[in-house]
Ligand binder design. Sequence first.
Ligand SMILES: [Mg+2]
Length: 419
Amino acid sequence: MFLDRDGVLNRTFLRDGVTRPPSALSELELLPGVPDALGRLKDAGYLLIVVTNQPDVARGTQSRERVEEMHAWLRERLPLDAVRACYHDGSDGCACRKPRPGLLLEEAARLGVDLSRSVMVGDRGTDVHAGRAAGCATILVGTPDPGGRDARPDRVAADLAEAVGLILGDDREEDEDMNEPVPSVAALRVKIFADGADAASMIELGRRSHIAGFTTNPTLMRKAGVVDYRAFAREVLAAVPDRPISFEVLADELPEMERQAREIASWGPNVYVKIPVTNTRRETTSPLVRRLAGEGVHVNVTAVFTLDQVRAVAEDLARGPHSYVSVFAGRIADTGRDPAPLMARAVELLRPYPQEELIWASPRELLNVFQADAIGCHVITATSDVLAKLGLVGKDLDDFSLDTVKMFHDDAQKADFRL
Ligand SMILES: [Mg+2]
């Protein structure tokens, strides 16, 4: 760690509009936080080397003895390994006067310092230039001279204490994206079900091993232009015979709902019958769900929004085979409520029923996959736009930044915008 002296370690004085160093020991005063900051660096294993220009000696307005007296004082109070001064005034073309790197290079050679892992901290452009010329990182502190920022230091800090914070990584908590593990699809425990109604894309997705199942619903089927429900189901089931796939009943009256449920269940062993938690008159489907589950039908109770509903459905499915409870987390989020705590509680409510699994339904963004995973939710459904983003998981953010800049640039070019 190379340290400038005046304005970094000790106070300077403004005389006739010019910043001046202390002229004698009586004026030498450490800046706040300096002993602690240097103590932290020392504890972290840094060598602390002061490199300072003291041209007043060559100019005859200061004696070398007085400057050395001040350096002895500094060495008594601070854990410094070396204090090196250039006493020239620049007229003799010496190699040691900053912005030249002579003092840094000499001390690096003497003490075996790796300059590429060193930092120069100063309050002037000349400090930054000297540090860079020596191959160090540079931090500008204090009240820099006009040339300071023009010198393009690597970092800028209010004072030495803040500079030391930057070096020792105190800012890492704020930049936590730098330290978090890179997300990966392979590490997910939550099962991803594709939500869709377009037979061709469902068949295509069926070839992908990371799609663990499928769900569909009348709204998606209508959007996809499905006209023959049975034919659509047959086509998809022929392509996906081995993974759970849910089809929803269409009726609103409970007896007709039950008839449809039995027909849908007959389509295949991997078929789950989606039953909404109520009909359109708010009448509960609980007795129907209970009966179907009791007869061995795989049920997926859907359009569940509240924990009371989760409790009731969990009990309805308790004596049945493997089944799903679909809680519409995304739609809950659409009301301004964070669905994650509710979903976490739903996971707990289903824990006594090992054959029942919770589905995080209607996700709104890719992040929901990771939220569902974090709370131990068993399944998340994902529409094709969310699935498409799986390819971005873990992407380097600097690369993503560049891609985004390129996209803006390309579109501006293509549009032939002019200013
Ligand atoms: Mg200075």
